[in-house]
Design a protein around this ligand. Structure first.
Ligand code: CAA
Length: 282
């Protein structure tokens, strides 16, 4: 493993590019939007400067890490000689299926195709390629430079060799990987999203206010953020779409999204990224 392509320069993509580059890998960050690429580089530089100001890294680490990241808006040319792709593009099945078929056609035979999806089936994505044994989930948590977990998800056909390579690689990034199987929500979101949904139900039924619900969970259960603040941080649209995948996948009403969540997403109140969710960020 030497050269890694990260597809998608959003919050997750730039965090993933950051940790690979800081761990010594050559990174190609790919996005259709030049503006997104420029913003991603600025964010990575800002996060490295933060580490520098706290004395966690040397000045040379900032320069070397930035020097290992190349950006591109041309997918096919950029992935022609990479060893691993980590896809962190939009959470839409149609986009991922098209992308993985393209990646399959454009990457070298040995290349592992990983997806950072938070809820879409790895098995379904893998079926869009001719190398399903080399397709795997590599689910990083936000903020990627801070959070220790990588949820490594085996699709139906993912090989032992691919899994071992990705588990070892995650450790080389300073992360703690956990191997799980490919069922809706995997493990992280299968447990997290019902908690977030239940906190929204609790608000919806007037049991307590936003602050009170978050305070109970922060101070009572030692969570770093309350579930409503965390929902705002993740994005209410993302929470809704993960719940819908689990509701559809298990056909179990316990995953049915709270009507308040549905309404807020319809109203464009998506949390931090839209400036308003359960809290006001304007
Ligand atoms: N990038 C890099 N570093 C960051 C950062 C970012 N975006 N945000 C915060 N940090 C760093 C800070 O520099 C600080 O570092 P030091 O400890 O070295 O000083 C550290 O993180 C703590 O930051 P702050 O003191 O500013 O703030 P905080 O103590 O409130 O922590 C937090 C912020 C790390 C985000 C913390 O609130 C937290 O852990 N929240 C929960 C996050 C979480 O649950 N993430 C998973 C979401 S689910 C997901 O990602 C998957 C999915 O599929 C939905």
């Amino acid at each position: 493993m030497n050269t890694i392509a990260v597809i998608g320069a959003g919050t997750m993509g730039n965090g993933i590019a950051h940790v690979f580059a800081q761990s010594g890998y050559q990174v190609r960050l790919v996005d259709l939007s030049e503006e997104a690429l420029a913003n991603a580089l600025a964010t990575i530089e800002k996060n490295l400067q933060r580490l520098l100001s706290k004395g966690r890294i040397e000045e040379s680490t900032v320069t070397e890490t930035m020097g290992r990241i190349a950006t591109s808006s041309e997918l096919q040319k950029t992935v022609a000689d990479v060893d691993l792709v980590v896809e962190a593009a939009s959470e839409r099945l149609d986009i991922k299926l098209k992308l993985f078929a393209e990646l399959d056609a454009s990457t070298p035979e040995h290349c592992i195709l990983a997806t950072n999806t938070s809820s879409i089936s790895i098995t379904q994505i893998a079926a869009a390629t001719q190398r399903p044994e080399q397709v795997i989930g590599m689910h990083f948590m936000n903020p990627v430079p801070v959070m220790k977990l990588v949820e490594v998800i085996r699709g139906y056909s993912t090989s032992d060799q691919t899994t071992t390579t990705v588990l070892d690689l995650s450790k080389k990034l300073g992360k703690i990987p956990t191997e799980v199987n490919d069922y809706p929500g995997f493990v992280a979101n299968r447990i997290l999203m019902p908690m977030i949904n239940e906190s929204i139900e609790t608000l919806f039924h007037g049991v307590a206010g936003v602050q009170e619900i978050d305070t109970v969970m922060k101070l009572g259960m030692a969570h770093p953020m309350g579930p409503l603040q965390l929902a705002d941080f993740i994005g209410l649209d993302v929470c809704l779409s993960i719940l819908e995948v689990m509701f559809e996948g298990f056909k179990n009403p316990k995953y049915a999204p709270c009507p308040l969540l549905v309404n807020m997403v319809r109203a464009g109140k998506l949390g931090v990224k839209s400036g308003e969710g359960f809290y006001d960020y304007s």
